[in-house]
Design a protein around this ligand. Structure first.
Ligand SMILES: *[C@@H]1O[C@H](CO)[C@@H](O)[C@H](O)[C@H]1NC(C)=O
Ligand SMILES: *[C@@H]1O[C@H](CO)[C@@H](O)[C@H](O)[C@H]1NC(C)=O
Ligand SMILES: *[C@@H]1O[C@H](CO)[C@@H](O)[C@H](O)[C@H]1NC(C)=O
Ligand SMILES: *[C@@H]1O[C@H](CO)[C@@H](O)[C@H](O)[C@H]1NC(C)=O
Length: 382
């Protein structure tokens, strides 16, 4: 871990600063009443950024200019203050995201692909250009930056000269980071302050670059970034060839039903009627305490969700059936190649259809999917 090389004081400064450029929220639902989040209503969303302007459909450029090129979306830092960034116009609520990218070179340039929620839950990939043989993983829960042990450094073969696929598999019980399909880190729910600081609320995908080595940054940040950026060596270019997203709980909206920031407080709904959302929410809480009507899933879930919060487990057998395929997709992707998941997507998508029509709230149905996905993944690792 990089932070071992530095004093705690510097590490704190760096930790706070590293997320600064792309970390923000317009409304924090743990402190205020916010509009519901716009969800990705489909199971999959994929972008090939080599295909021209239309490839930015579904993406919003929130800073600078990002263009489509033969190598993918081009993010450039030419001068001080440049920090081109795009974000998905939609949120996902647990899922799988992979970004195929070539990071920027130079000194102190940070290429990032992150997931971030309204209350500043965050899951990160960050490549610091000074070190062309590694990339960092990190996470935050509810914007808590007080610990020093969240980041890890992963060895990667020339990430600034070579496209690699960086994956994040995010479920209610664990988050896995993958490089080119190989698992490089697992964060369990219980490992993040007993779940309190586990990222667990609807996230947008945010991709961009910024100059950690900018001479105006704090000393700690510049040191973390491996030195001062010399803009005359630029321009510094990051390319993102493609992004593939799976939303484990497709929905039009995600409503925060209280200020806990807990995943059990999120209500997923389609359509605009209040009834849908409210009923979703109340079903969700009632089923938390009910015993499941279906056999096999209840038997298995408690043992593997150990450490997870209070959950949720009512489900129909049709949901369980959908799930098996689901987990298969996620782990296939992990163990083979980034495209493995894509090849099974049609099957998976159609099997999840019964979830919405089963009468259970999608929150509950989605969680059952995730539990089983986790089991399948765990079994495949044995
Ligand atoms: C796009 O980003 C801009 C700047 O942050 C913001 O004002 C606008 O509302 C965003 N649009 C969408 C569709 O998210
Ligand atoms: C970055 O890479 C480009 C092209 O690969 C090269 O021309 C440039 O000299 C590199 N810049 C630095 C600072 O290494
Ligand atoms: C923030 O994280 C630290 C340790 O990582 C933990 O001790 C503390 O309780 C957390 N604070 C909150 C408000 O969750
Ligand atoms: C919303 O509609 C999508 C697409 O039909 C479906 O996959 C999803 O399960 C629905 N979500 C909810 C919360 O009903």
């Amino acid at each position: 871990m990089r932070f071992n090389r530095y004093s705690a004081a510097i590490a704190v400064a760096a930790t706070i600063q590293t997320c600064a450029a792309q970390t923000y929220t317009d409304c924090n639902p743990t402190e205020a009443t916010c509009d519901p989040d716009t969800g990705l209503a489909t199971y999959r969303f994929s972008t090939d950024f080599t295909t021209g302007d239309s490839s930015f459909d579904g993406w919003n450029t929130t800073s600078g200019t990002v263009t489509s090129t033969d190598l993918g979306a081009l993010f450039t830092i030419s001068e001080q203050g440049d920090a081109p960034t795009i974000e998905s116009e939609f949120y996902i609520f647990f899922g799988y995201v992979e970004v195929k990218m070539r990071a920027a070179n130079g000194t102190g340039i940070v290429s990032t692909a992150i997931l971030e929620s309204d209350d500043l839950d965050e899951i990160d990939w960050e490549q610091v250009s000074t070190f062309n043989n590694e990339i960092q993983t990190n996470y935050f829960g509810k914007g808590n930056t007080t610990s020093y042990d969240r980041a890890t450094t992963v060895t990667v073969d020339t990430p600034e000269d070579t496209f690699h696929t960086y994956g994040i598999e995010w479920t209610e019980s664990a988050t896995n980071w993958y490089v080119d399909g190989a698992l490089v880190r697992t964060l369990n729910y219980a490992d993040a302050v007993d779940g309190t600081n586990y990222p667990q609320t609807p996230m947008r995908i945010r991709i961009g670059i910024w100059a950690g080595g900018d001479p105006d940054n704090s000393e700690g940040t510049i040191e973390w970034a491996g030195g001062e950026t010399d803009y005359t060596e630029g321009p510094f270019n990051m390319y993102v060839e493609s992004v593939s997203i799976i939303n484990y709980n497709p929905a039009d909206t995600y409503t925060w039903t209280d200020q806990t920031g807990s995943y059990t407080s999120i209500s997923a709904a389609n359509g605009t009627s209040d009834g849908t959302t409210l009923s979703s929410s109340s079903e969700s809480s009632s089923s938390t305490t009910s015993s499941s009507s279906s056999s096999s899933s209840t038997a298995v879930i408690p043992s593997t969700s150990e450490g997870s919060s209070t959950s949720t487990t009512g489900e129909s057998s049709s949901n369980a059936g959908a799930t098996a395929t689901y987990g298969g997709c996620a782990s296939a992707s992990a163990s083979t190649s980034s495209s493995a998941c894509a090849s099974t997507s049609d099957v998976v998508y159609s099997s999840t259809a019964p979830v919405g029509s089963s009468g259970w709230s999608s929150v509950v149905g989605g969680f059952s999917l995730i539990f089983l996905a986790t089991i399948v993944t765990a079994m495949m690792q044995l």
